[in-house]
Design a protein around this ligand. Structure first.
Ligand code: CDT
Length: 311
């Protein structure tokens, strides 16, 4: 039986600091409509899609920080997107900053949700591989304060049955770590949805722009192939209040080939019909995990964090 799903990646151009949630939700709604008109039943939006990429700014006041966070999902400002999804019968992945309260304590996460075609939230992922730093870097061209504003996700890498497939989620920097995709694939992930904000400049060292894009694609393509998964990757792109973000939104096949990619750095929808059987085929053959993995030799992966010379 053929198993096909038309899915879309909705890239966003810059979201200026001054924009309101209402303006941004309108943009997301327009992208959702466009994706629906190209036949998509699942749409992936970027990481922190509702605001500018605020971890580039040093902030001290809690109220200043909190204005970038959602304490309810859907909340009054985001509700229209959920209602539209239900009307159109299109589900989505949405990245946002989550403010949660547990036992009287506030927690903040860089999160994404998976929403089914009836507008129901099926699942949530809280980003695990947080890049950047927590202290102010006086000489850096901008800050990357994810380690200051977010806690490490506490819910693991999970998958959900959605859109008649098995869907996993991760966020931005997670794509550079093979463990992300392998843990999802071990739970049967056929599709991995991922939103990202990748600055054009690397705050750690001088790096030519072409390498930023190369490493982005390399990570998507290698992980898609080695885990026989479709990868749907949505960027926030372009100059956001003067700070460049790479584009390169893409749909990558389980063969590791790029099936579709964004052309520009603005709001743009790319859609593709995923053949889910392609992944099944690879999982029965070259990447038949049950047959070929040798876990007795992988112990160090979960026992050791940093590398240590042992010669
Ligand atoms: N948002 C996010 O995770 N950005 C990171 C920047 C890393 S800088 C080496 C990314 O992996 O794209």
């Amino acid at each position: 039986m053929s198993r096909k799903l038309t899915a879309a990646v909705a890239q966003m151009g810059p979201v200026p600091l001054a924009d309101t949630r209402a303006t941004t939700v309108k943009r997301l709604s327009a992208l959702l409509r466009e994706a629906a008109s190209s036949g998509a039943r699942f749409v992936v939006f970027p990481e922190l899609a509702l605001t500018t990429f605020f971890p580039r700014y040093w902030m001290e006041e809690e109220s200043e920080i909190d204005r970038f966070f959602e304490s309810r999902m859907p909340g009054p400002q985001t509700r229209p997107l959920f209602d539209l999804a239900k009307d159109l019968g299109v589900g989505f992945y949405l990245g946002y900053a989550e403010r949660a309260e547990k036992e009287g304590k506030v927690h903040r996460y860089n999160s994404a949700i998976l929403v089914e075609r009836d507008g129901r939230i099926l699942g949530r992922y809280r980003k695990i591989h947080l890049p950047g730093h927590s202290e102010y870097l006086p000489h850096a061209p901008f800050q990357h304060l994810e380690k200051r504003y977010f806690e490490v996700g506490d819910e693991g890498f999970k998958v959900w049955r959605a859109f008649d497939a098995v869907v996993g989620m991760c966020i931005c920097n997670d794509r550079r770590w093979p463990e992300t995709f392998r843990v999802l694939a071990l739970q049967g992930a056929e599709i991995v949805a991922l939103g990202y904000n990748t600055p054009c400049e690397n705050i750690y060292h001088e790096e030519p722009l072409h390498l930023r894009m190369f490493h982005h694609r390399l990570s998507l393509q290698a992980n898609a192939y080695q885990n026989a998964s479709w990868v749907l990757a949505a960027a926030k792109a372009g100059k956001e209040d003067g700070f460049g973000l790479i584009g390169g939104s893409a749909i990558v096949a389980p063969t590791g080939e790029i099936a579709a990619q964004a052309q520009g750095e603005g709001d743009e929808v790319i859609a593709f019909t995923l053949d889910l059987e392609l992944g099944d085929y690879l999982r029965r053959t070259v990447f038949n995990f049950e047959k070929h993995r040798r876990i007795e030799h992988y112990r160090l992966i979960t026992e050791r964090v940093g590398a240590r010379e042992e010669v």
